[in-house]
Design a protein around this ligand. Structure first.
Ligand code: N5F
Length: 400
């Protein structure tokens, strides 16, 4: 098939460099029902508010059906933009609706940012490791990734030297329960990061799909909320995927109006606008405070699942393995003894009916740690978490 399409089309330079996301590839395998998958960051379907979504679609269609089925503005449905602005303002940022762009999933925001901010060869700063879907989106625009040093507490703001930041288009950062490591940037580092960014004139892209999923520790202000005082330029991405459902494909971006204008032009060329019906239905759901009653249930479920996996890891993984203990979100990051290559381990694990995401594709602009892997603990039922972790423990012990 590939050979045939190669001779049928002359692919662009950009397309030639495209590779498939490791997560999406693994998800194909893990669709088999017998597989215990710790791979995809798929929210637990038990948490999907099916009835609320159904009722909202019904209400929208019966009260404003013709509007909902019509084209709409590229910027997004005005009441939803206003809700997002208010939601972010309640978290300490000062945001007006004009600074909000509604997206078809926050992944679209990553692509649009790449489109309007990255030229071939542009320097883009990333954490080590970082969300591989963002690396994939940005890669289409052929940047030069530079890794910002980090430790178990996340990004090291003092590592942002003038030399590292010089000419960088932006720094892509995930302060809450980072994908893939689950780690969280503490308050002191958040302050130091926005101050360094302001001093260096470096835009920060704050991606926060998991922020509402905190089940331990105190909530911390986001980079956008801290930006005002420091005078930093922060672009914030948010998503309804992890609070309502990813199948809705709805997210948003908040930025200075000058960037919103450019992104709107790029979005016009991409999809004209995000589905009107979806935006109106989601607005119906969130406008009266549904999330305040819904999120505690989701958080409690994730807390228990996380605890369960941590327990299974300490029972079944060897003493030389270490892992992160997240305060929220969906991921645990495991570091195995240096001789273990987790890409090879994955092939063996799939034969035994267990999947995870190997660590290597999460690295850009620096050395990859091939002995790392990401485990998602939210979709697998508790008894299967134990069974899956046990299999991985056996394979690690037998690895040669
Ligand atoms: O808002 P949405 O659903 O487009 O989320 C994209 C996204 C953006 N930023 C970060 C840090 C994310 O983690 C995500 C979603 N990540 C999932 C993951 O497992 O890493 C996506 C898995 C689903 C898939 O690739 O099919």
């Amino acid at each position: 098939m590939d050979q045939q399409s190669d001779s049928l089309f002359s692919f662009s330079e950009r397309a030639r460099q495209l590779t498939s996301s490791a997560i999406r590839e693994i998800l194909k395998v893990t669709e088999r029902p017998e597989i215990i998958s710790f791979a995809g960051g798929l929210p637990a379907p038990e948490g999907f508010p099916v009835q609320a979504v159904q009722a909202a679609y019904d209400r929208v269609l019966s009260t404003a059906g013709r509007n909902a089925l019509q084209y709409g503005p590229t910027e997004g449905y005005a009441p939803l933009r206003a809700w997002v602005a208010e939601h972010l303002s309640a978290q300490g940022a000062q945001v007006s609706p004009a600074q909000v762009l509604i997206l078809s999933g926050s992944q679209q925001g990553l692509d649009l940012l790449g489109k309007v901010l990255i030229d071939p060869g542009s320097k883009v700063l990333v954490e080590t490791p970082s969300y591989l879907g963002a690396l994939q989106s940005f890669s289409l625009y052929q940047p030069r990734f530079k890794a910002v040093p980090s430790d178990e507490g996340g990004l090291l703001p003092q590592a942002l030297t003038p030399e590292l930041a010089a000419d960088a288009r932006f720094l892509y950062a995930l302060p809450n329960f980072q994908n893939p490591t689950g780690r969280t940037l503490d308050l002191a580092r958040r302050h130091a990061l926005v101050q360094a960014a302001a001093r260096l004139g470096l835009p920060l892209v704050e991606d926060d799909p998991y922020g509402e999923l905190r089940y331990a520790g105190e909530p911390l202000p986001g980079l956008l909320a801290l930006a005002g005082q420091a005078g930093a330029n922060v672009v914030r991405l948010g998503s309804f995927s992890k609070v309502l459902s990813p199948g809705l494909r709805l997210g948003y971006l908040c930025a200075a109006p000058a960037l919103i204008d450019k992104l709107v032009q790029a979005k016009q060329a991409t999809d004209l606008h995000t589905a009107s019906l979806t935006q109106m239905a989601v607005y119906e759901i969130v406008k009266d405070g549904f999330l305040a009653e819904h999120m505690p249930r989701v958080r409690e479920r994730y807390r228990l699942q996380c605890e369960y996996m941590l327990q299974a890891l300490s029972e079944h993984f060897p003493a030389q393995a270490s892992w992160t203990v997240p305060q929220g979100g969906m991921f645990i990051w495991v570091t195995l003894p240096a001789h273990i290559d987790t890409t090879r381990l994955l092939a063996q694990a799939i034969e035994r009916g267990v999947a995870f995401v190997p660590g290597a594709p999460f690295y850009a602009g620096g050395q990859a740690a091939h002995n790392t892997l990401r485990l998602s603990f939210v979709t697998v039922p508790q008894e299967k978490i134990r069974a899956g972790v046990q299999v991985l423990g056996e394979l690690i012990a037998a690895y040669r």
